[in-house]
Design a binder for this molecule. Structure first.
Ligand code: SR1
Ligand code: MG
Length: 422
């Protein structure tokens, strides 16, 4: 396809993409027989599943505005360019962890990619359903360690990393969404905010008047904006991951940019903790005790896998200009390298707690809520779950420098979850 950008529709897609060989060779050449469904349920884009005689593929197209809000909020099409380039780098750095890419059309802002057929399901949906997936901690922990290590100056040729940093620095508008929606809006009466009201009104007022919390949120925003450490996924929540019992794939990295390693890890763990706090709202068919225990185990295991793989890469692939081996191993100073690694991991730990706390807040107080809580129909019950998550988020964000291990965080989460107050 060439020419001016035009949004696809179920009706126009076969005609417009019928000549795209990367698609037709894969799913079947007779476009008149293609079956097309629009399945996008995210906040930003169109997503089509196209099935032909031979197979199926996904066509994802950016719209020139935020789908969730409408054309009153313009958003550049170039996010599709960043998503494409992030996916190709993630595939290189963590093979098999993202959908295969078949075709990219920059003008039409569309990516044709592998269809992850059922039983693939969005991870968030699976967690709401109470499914205990056996592989997610390991797969996501490895994905984060590999992409975040290999996209940094610990690994890359610094000239290449700087060129890449310049490329992704143009993803300004999507960073702007995060900068405002995640780090600032939840803490004042921003126009697009909403929360479960009136149940949470008192707590929301308390959080907005909480000076320590606001200062911490801004310190984290500063870190997010100023610490261009690695190529992030940028939006690694449980809605950006597709799973089966045996497979895990990360999708939707359109928010990709160079930022702090701890951001991806913190956002991801926050989504597990939110799933944990929301379980009380999904007990119509029986207790979720086992699911709660599973979710805390997943956070601990994800962090352990991340640490172990990051440490392994540190020892075996540290070829970049940071902490170079000539200063340590090559002088027979392995301990020095280990000391620097400990220092780095403890910095990531402290910061991820901050990012996680803030992510919890924005999903309950800001514009973009998540289905874990939103699908709890009883507003009083939902508010009780959300209030616990908000208190937990505040604690880990503000006290992050005094919290030294994941067990401590999970003990706190379990205690707060047992509390009986709004
Ligand atoms: C207006 S976009 C709102 C949110 O959706 C995306 O998934 C990101 O998380 C963003 O913050
Ligand atoms: Mg997304």
């Amino acid at each position: 396809m060439t020419g001016k950008f035009e949004a696809l529709s179920v009706e126009t897609l076969p005609k417009r993409l019928g000549e795209t060989t990367a698609l037709s060779e894969r799913i079947g050449k007779d476009a008149s027989r293609w079956k097309v469904r629009e399945v996008g349920d995210g906040n930003l884009n169109l997503v089509f599943i196209v099935e032909g005689d031979k197979g199926a593929a996904v066509v994802k197209q950016a719209l020139p505005y935020v789908r969730l809000v409408g054309d009153s909020w313009p958003l550049p099409l170039k996010r599709s360019f960043f998503e494409y380039h992030a996916l190709t780098r993630q595939e290189r750095r963590a093979p098999g962890s993202v959908p295969a890419i078949y075709h990219f059309d920059e003008t039409q802002a569309l990516i044709v990619m592998e269809y992850l057929a059922p039983p693939h399901i969005i991870l968030r949906r699976a967690l709401i359903d109470g499914r205990e997936l056996p592989k997610i901690a390991r797969d996501i922990g490895l994905f984060m360690a590999r992409t975040l290590f290999r996209g940094s100056d610990l690994s890359m040729v610094t000239r290449e990393r700087k060129a890449d940093l310049a490329l992704f620095a143009d993803n300004v508008e999507l960073c702007d969404i995060t900068e405002n929606l995640v780090f600032s809006d939840p803490y004042f009466d921003a126009e697009m905010n909403r929360h479960t009201s009136p149940q949470l009104d008192g707590l929301v007022a308390e959080l907005r008047a909480d000076r320590d919390l606001k200062v911490e949120a801004q310190r984290l925003k500063h870190l997010f904006a100023a610490n261009a450490e690695t190529l992030l996924h940028g939006d690694l929540h449980s809605g950006s991951i597709m799973v089966t019992d045996s497979e895990t794939r990360m999708i939707d990295p359109e928010f990709a940019f160079y930022g702090p390693i701890a951001f991806d890890v913190g956002m991801l763990l926050a989504n597990f903790w939110m799933a944990f706090f929301s379980q009380r709202g999904h007990e119509e068919k029986g207790s979720r005790d086992s699911m709660r225990a599973y979710l805390l185990k997943v956070t601990a295991e994800t962090w352990a896998v991340f640490r172990a793989e990051f440490s392994h890469l540190w020892r075996t692939e540290r070829t970049g200009m940071l902490y170079q081996k000539s200063l340590f191993e090559n002088q027979d100073d392995r301990l020095g390298a280990e000391q620097a690694l400990d220092h780095m991991l403890s910095g990531i730990w402290t910061d991820l707690l901050g990012f996680a706390g803030i992510e919890v807040h924005r999903r309950i107080l800001g514009l973009a809520h998540n289905a874990d809580f939103e699908t709890i129909a009883d507003a009083d019950l939902r508010a009780r779950c959300e209030a616990k998550a908000l208190r937990f988020g505040r604690h880990i964000a503000v006290n992050r420098r005094q919290i030294h291990g994941i067990d401590e965080v999970n003990t706190l989460a379990a205690l707060i979850e047992q509390e009986n107050r709004i």
